[in-house]
Design a binder for this molecule. Structure first.
Ligand SMILES: C[S@@+](CC[C@H](N)C(=O)[O-])C[C@H]1O[C@@H](n2cnc3c(N)ncnc32)[C@H](O)[C@@H]1O
Ligand SMILES: Nc1nc2[nH]cc(C(=O)O)c2c(=O)[nH]1
Ligand code: SF4
Ligand SMILES: [Mg+2]
Length: 210
């Protein structure tokens, strides 16, 4: 395959830079505690300084992989596939998710929403970032909003983002992992005072699983 042929397949979303895949328990948000197969696609230029998967950022480090291969493998493990990254919406998610749906699987995405929403999704977890705000379209479609709290100013940002999502969207505040000892008590107090919010923890990190 020539470079330009390969680039064309990447542009169409038929090849994706696959970083890792693993069968685990969804640790965060609404589906926490539920078994799911995770597909982590490399490439992200949002640049969160506290990102817990910085190794994912450079797409070139991850092998371009056929969506058919990803699907044929994923179907062996679970009825629920969580697509994450990196930022999965860097890429055209339509081929991957269409093929997952053809196999009867549930498609979930973890996204910052910073790029055009593509793909067929049963569940959208939107986790907005100040550095690159979500596109307008995704606010109406997100099933859960998961705001990361690193410091007190993040509560204000969380409220600004909550004002933009649809009325059925479930609202979560999740402590940034390295700041958890400081921010968990602040989140607890905030949720008791503002009960439209719920707490989300990265439970997989407490369980010592991927
Ligand atoms: C690694 S990101 C990948 C998906 C997408 N780029 C995004 O940010 O939503 C997966 C989830 O982990 C969250 N996250 C990343 N680093 C974190 C950290 N240090 N503490 C808590 N949550 C974190 C993100 O906000 C997102 O909800
Ligand atoms: N167990 C587990 N649950 C998760 N929920 C969201 C994750 C992510 O990195 O997108 C994640 C992850 O990396 N592991
Ligand atoms: S948008 Fe997601 S993957 Fe990208 S830097 Fe932020 S947390 Fe990490
Ligand atoms: Mg993670």
């Amino acid at each position: 395959m020539t470079r330009s042929e390969r680039q064309e397949l990447i542009d169409k979303g038929l090849l994706l830079p696959l970083m890792e895949e693993f069968y685990t328990i969804q640790g965060e948000g609404f589906h926490k505690g539920t078994a799911a197969y995770f597909v982590r696609i490399g490439g992200c230029d949002v640049g969160c300084h506290w990102c817990d998967v910085k190794e994912s950022w450079l797409a070139e480090l991850h092998p371009p992989t056929e969506t058919e291969k990803i699907v044929a493998n994923a179907v062996k493990y679970s009825k629920t596939i969580v697509v994450t990254g990196g930022e999965p919406l860097t890429w055209n998610m339509t081929p991957l998710t269409t093929q997952l749906k053809e196999k009867g699987l549930q498609t979930h995405i973890e996204t910052s929403g910073a790029y055009k929403l593509t793909g067929v999704w049963d569940w959208i977890c939107l986790s907005p970032k100040k550095l690159k705000l979500p596109t307008e379209e995704i606010y109406g479609k997100a099933h859960e909003l998961k705001m990361i709290i690193y410091n007190k100013s993040d509560f204000k940002f969380a409220e600004e983002q909550a004002a933009k999502v649809n009325k059925d969207c479930i609202l979560y505040l999740q402590p940034e992992w390295s700041k958890r000892d400081k921010v968990v008590p602040e989140i607890v107090e905030y949720v008791m005072a503002n009960p439209k919010w719920k707490v989300s923890l990265q439970t997989h990190k407490y369980l010592n699983i991927p």
